[in-house]
Write a protein that binds this ligand. Structure first.
Ligand SMILES: O=C(CO)[C@H](O)[C@H](O)COP(=O)(O)O
Length: 232
């Protein structure tokens, strides 16, 4: 079965957790897009939900699918967020931000009672870090921020190349929040919670793609079927 099919299966399983009246966080990326499309079908069939999108891309997808949208200024919390991930480890910690939406994704997930991650099995890893860790930064003082990121990574024994993410036009990729992204190619991160703390303490860092202790459930679709892993 191809990967898109697996992603859609994971999305369909997460949809089973959605009830009428729920306020939902809507993730970003190709897997989350399957969820938005399937949710749209249910909404057109009468399901009453309202969503907060985690990116402008997802906002456009959700609007096209007829899903009612709101903001975190209008409601105080969300019942459930469903989103993809770039890597998930055995503690259900994540690397996110491959699509550049990590800041809004983390704000929305943190405002939710529950986060379900949907992914194909290739995202499941023993240890985070093979996928380059996205770090969203303020353009001002970039060189100083890079040095601080380098030091933080080194302090947890996870040194590697830092690359400013480029957009399709060859210039720096700009996030929905108007920031840039530095991708840290670390190979492996032995202490992700500690690295998350160190990165959060750097003034030029807006947010990073380590989601520690946030996901409650992971739905993984693979050739053998679907498995659901709950946080211990
Ligand atoms: O964090 C993300 C976007 O910022 C995505 O959830 C992550 O990149 C996974 O995307 P995909 O489902 O396309 O593999």
């Amino acid at each position: 079965m191809d990967k898109e099919n697996l992603k859609r299966q994971a999305a369909a399983r997460a949809l089973e957790e959605v009830r009428s009246g729920m306020r939902l966080g809507l993730g970003t990326g190709s897997t989350a897009k399957h969820f938005v499309e399937l949710l749209g079908e249910k909404v057109r069939g009468g399901l009453d939900v309202i969503g907060v999108p985690t990116s402008e891309v997802t906002r456009a997808d959700a609007e096209r699918c007829g899903i009612r949208l709101t903001t975190l200024d209008e409601i105080d919390h969300l019942d459930l967020t469903v989103d993809g991930a770039d890597e998930v480890d055995t503690r259900l910690d994540l690397i996110k931000g491959g699509g550049g939406a990590l800041l809004r994704e983390k704000i929305v997930a943190a405002a939710s009672d529950r986060m379900i991650v949907i992914a194909d099995e290739s995202k499941w890893v023993e240890r985070l870090g093979r996928f380059p860790l996205p770090v969203e930064v303020i353009p001002f003082g970039l060189a100083a921020t890079r040095r601080a990121i380098e030091k933080a990574c080194g302090d947890v024994g996870a040194a590697g190349e830092l690359k400013l993410r480029a957009g399709k036009d060859g210039h720096a990729f700009v996030t929905d929040g108007g920031h840039w992204i530095v991708d840290a190619h670390l190979g492996q991160i032995s202490d992700a919670p500690r690295l998350a703390q160190l990165l959060s303490a750097i003034p030029g860092v807006v947010e990073h793609g380590l989601f520690i202790g946030i996901a409650g459930t992971v739905v993984l679709a693979g050739a053998e079927g679907i498995r659901t892993v709950e946080r211990a």
